[in-house]
Design a protein around this ligand. Structure first.
Ligand code: ZN
Length: 118
């Protein structure tokens, strides 16, 4: 499975580091401790859930295309292969860019949290 998205921490001294949720980072330069568990678990889980839903949407769409076209091609007419290709092409060129934009937006909308050194 995909790894949990890491959290980018910017220290008060300007040092930055990406750490996994739940980890504590000690800044190399000024030795402040930054604890990512200060981020509410709900907020973090909500963000992960949104990204997972977007991935499921792609899988679901692929599955629907397969379920609709596989029997048509196998049992009705091989001519449906062409229709399936057209749908696949439309999906690649019309839907995927739109989907990627939404993923980027979802990632970009990720809230910023104010952590406090321990
Ligand atoms: Zn620092």
């Amino acid at each position: 499975m995909a790894q949990a998205p890491s959290i980018r921490i910017t220290c008060e001294c300007g040092e930055t580091e990406s750490v996994a949720y739940g980890e504590t980072w000690v800044c190399d330069t000024c030795e402040r401790r930054w604890n990512t568990t200060q981020i509410p678990a709900d907020a973090y889980a909500g963000r992960r859930r949104r990204m997972r839903l977007l991935k499921l949407e792609i899988l679901g769409f692929g599955l629907v295309v397969l379920v609709v076209f596989a029997p048509l091609v196998l049992f009705v007419s091989s001519a449906f292969v062409f229709l399936a290709l057209i749908v696949a092409a439309a999906w690649m060129f019309l839907y995927m860019p739109f989907w990627r934009r939404r993923v980027r937006r979802a990632a970009g909308e990720a809230p910023r949290w104010e952590l406090h050194p321990e």
